[in-house]
Structures are given as structure tokens and as C-alpha cells.
Ligand binder design. Structure first.
Ligand SMILES: NC(=O)c1ccc[n+]([C@@H]2O[C@H](COP(=O)([O-])OP(=O)(O)OC[C@H]3O[C@@H](n4cnc5c(N)ncnc54)[C@H](OP(=O)(O)O)[C@@H]3O)[C@@H](O)[C@H]2O)c1
Length: 358
């Protein structure tokens, strides 16, 4: 595509606004394009028509083929969490597509690439758009063996799952150490983590609030299922030691319970807060059982480790049943996903199909 064609190109994007400060601006600009989901009085998203000049700067212009929906996107689009740092902002922490132009020598037109995390969809226009313009330093070449669809079926969720497993392994977790529990089990990160762990030979215990999804979790590779509704957490500083490892999507009292039920030298990867941000526990699990609590932040992962994790996602941590976990959402139905995700009603991942055929 020539620079002239690119500069005049008009394309669709799902942009998020702060109603309290920019309502009048976007209504006058895009009043004809109403198709968004709004949550009273805070953030509001809607489809708008943009040109490249409307996007944040970056050396690499990408035609987006797929994006995906992450919990953070749902928080951002609805205002349920104060995630967006700069309004208005095109949503979407993930994008996968094909480079159409690059002023950075590392990339050229035709390259298949992924961009996830960093400021995407938070303080830099993100992946819910037919075109993305990103700093070259954020762009990862699509690893061999993955398609663009698969990269977004994985997305930030799968990246966080793999990064968590990587961190647990760095802290000496091995299948022979004992059981590994995954909380928020039917969610995007956890569904993928269960598959990856099971493929690596771990005995995986899935903790879920959805009693109807036990078969699904077994089909992903969970050996045991715990029902959130039936779980008795107890109140003692140390409860029966049960887990060699834990991947926690939930936070709050679930994470506190995990700290109290880890085995000697057990290690927890804390990556989520679907159930709360507070953590009330004591130091006893840490000083009497040597428990380690590892924080996981995928968005800020530096490029060398980021590439290493994507490499693992396309090799030893590649999940064999991605289609079992990922459903496609047409771009125009994207806003319908956010409330369902925040209510914990979804299972697995939603991949947003952005590029239309032709
Ligand atoms: N740190 C990072 O780099 C990183 C990256 C990606 C995601 N995250 C975070 O990880 C968490 C999960 O993300 P996701 O994309 O997997 O979201 P998701 O697909 O919406 O999954 C969240 C799951 O948590 C469970 N859950 C929901 N509400 C709950 C509640 N009130 N109490 C207990 N469990 C609840 C549900 O599973 P069940 O019904 O099966 O229990 C739900 O499916 C989010 O907090 C997200 O922000 C962090």
C-alpha cells in the first residue's frame, strides 16, 4: 500500500471515551456510528471511523486480522476498572495482523506480527481496529508454527498463563512435586494454563464456580475439579498442605486460602483479581512453609523474555486444542462480550475477527 493510499484510508475502530470529559467531542464527530455498549456515566465504547492520523504514533502500521477479549478490555470498555490512562483510546490489548508499512528496519510489509500488552488499549490506541500503529519495540514476529488466529486465541491470556508457568518452573516447580491448582478455571487464562500444565505432565486441580463445566475442564486435562460453592476455606493461618503450585486468577479470599494451603516450598503465581484485590493472610505460610508468592505482569514483560515466552507458546507450551477454548466473535458484536466477561459467565477465550474477507 502506498503512503498516499494509507494516509487517506478510513477504517473502523472501537474507541473508548470518558463520558465526563469528552462526551460532546465524540458525539459531534461520530454521531452516525452508534453501535456501542455504555455503562452509566464513566467509560463508554463505540465504533467510529478513523484514519491513521487519528492513531497514536508508531513505526509499524499493521492491518489487524484478529484481536481478542481480555478481562482488562472488559474493565476498560465499561469503566468497571480504571484501566485506561488516556481518553479517548482505541480499546484492545491484543492484535495480530500483517505489516503494511514500517519505518523501522526490523519489519517490512507482509510480515505477520503480534502486539500485546505494553500500552495497547490503555494509553496507546489498541487492537480493536482494522489498523494498528505501534512502536516497533512492541512488535513480535509471529512465531513459526502459529497462525494469526492461534496467536489471538492465545493472546494476553495465554501469554500470562505461559509466563506464570515459566515463573513457577524458575522457582523449581516440577510435576513430581505434587498437585498444581488453577483458580478461575473456566476463564481464558486458566483454561489455557490447564491445557499447558496437563501437557507438561502436571496433576492439575481446577477450582471453578461453574458446576456445569466439569466435563469441559476434564477435557482440557484437569485431573480433579473443586467446586467453589462447596469449598470450605477454613480460617486457620495454616490449613492442610495440599498444593505444590498454584496459578491464581481470582485474588481476594481465594488467594489468601491458597497461601494457607500450600505445601512446604509451594509456589503461587498471582496474576488475576477476578474475585477481589485484597489479600488478608499472615506471614506464617511464608516463614513456616517457605511459600513463595510470585507476581505476574504480562503487559510490561521486556522483549527478550516476551520473545522467549512466545517461542514456548509455539513449541513445548503450544496447546493442542486451541479451538476447544476459543470462540470467534465478529467485530461488530464485540461490545456484547464485555458484560458477560465481567459477570464471570464466559468459558475460555473470545477471538475477535477484524479483517473481513476480500
Ligand atoms: N497479570 C497479567 O498479566 C494478566 C494477564 C491476563 C489476565 N489477567 C487477569 O487474570 C484474571 C483472569 O483473566 P481472564 O482473561 O482469564 O478472565 P475471564 O476469562 O473472565 O476468567 C475469569 C474467571 O474467574 C472466575 N471468576 C469470575 N468472577 C469471580 C469471582 N467473583 N470470584 C471467584 N472467581 C471468579 C470465573 O471462573 P470460574 O467460574 O471457572 O470460577 C471466570 O471465568 C483477570 O483478573 C485478569 O485481569 C492478568
Amino acid at each position: 500500500m502506498t503512503p498516499q493510499i494509507l494516509s487517506t484510508l478510513k477504517f473502523s475502530a472501537y474507541r473508548i471515551f470518558d463520558e465526563t470529559t469528552s462526551h460532546s467531542t465524540w458525539l459531534s464527530k461520530d454521531d452516525s456510528q452508534v453501535a456501542g455498549y455504555e455503562e452509566d456515566g464513566r467509560s463508554a465504547g463505540r465504533f467510529v471511523e478513523l484514519t491513521l492520523d487519528d492513531l497514536d504514533p508508531g513505526e509499524v502500521v499493521i492491518q489487524t486480522h484478529y484481536s481478542s477479549v481480555n478481562y482488562k478490555d472488559a474493565l476498560a470498555a465499561t469503566g468497571a476498572g480504571k484501566v485506561i490512562r488516556r481518553f479517548p483510546c482505541v480499546g484492545g490489548v491484543d492484535a495480530a495482523g500483517v505489516v503494511v508499512s514500517s519505518s523501522d528496519a526490523r519489519f517490512k510489509a507482509g510480515d505477520e506480527v503480534i502486539v500485546t500488552g505494553y500500552g495497547m488499549g490503555v494509553d496507546h490506541d489498541g487492537g480493536f481496529a482494522e489498523y494498528v500503529r505501534a512502536p516497533a519495540d512492541w512488535v513480535v514476529p509471529l512465531p513459526q508454527g502459529l497462525t494469526l488466529f492461534e496467536a489471538m486465541a492465545i493472546g494476553t491470556a495465554g501469554f500470562a498463563a505461559a509466563l506464570s508457568i515459566h515463573r513457577l518452573e524458575q522457582n523449581d516447580l516440577r510435576p513430581e512435586n505434587g498437585k498444581v491448582i488453577v483458580t478461575g478455571a473456566t476463564g481464558g487464562v486458566a483454561s489455557l494454563a490447564i491445557q499447558m500444565l496437563a501437557q507438561q505432565g502436571y496433576h492439575v486441580v481446577a477450582l471453578t464456580g461453574k458446576d456445569s463445566e466439569h466435563e469441559y475442564l476434564k477435557s482440557l486435562g484437569a485431573t480433579e475439579i473443586l467446586s467453589r460453592k462447596e469449598l470450605v476455606m477454613g480460617t486457620r493461618p495454616l490449613e492442610r498442605a495440599r498444593w505444590a503450585g498454584a496459578l491464581d486468577a481470582v485474588g481476594g479470599e481465594t488467594l489468601a486460602w491458597l497461601t494457607r494451603t500450600m505445601q512446604q516450598n509451594g509456589v503461587i503465581a498471582s496474576f488475576g483479581n477476578a474475585g477481589g484485590v485484597e489479600l488478608h493472610t499472615t506471614v506464617l505460610p511464608f516463614i513456616l512453609r517457605g511459600v513463595r508468592l510470585i507476581g505476574v505482569d504480562s503487559a510490561a514483560t521486556a522483549m527478550p523474555l516476551r520473545r522467549q515466552i512466545w517461542q514456548r507458546l509455539s513449541s513445548d507450551l503450544r496447546t493442542k486444542q486451541l479451538e476447544q477454548v476459543a470462540q470467534i466473535v465478529p467485530f461488530n458484536e464485540l461490545p456484547l462480550v464485555f458484560p458477560l466477561m465481567l459477570q464471570g459467565k464466559l468459558r475460555g477465550r473470545r477471538v475477535v475477527k477484524i479483517k473481513q474477507p476480500g
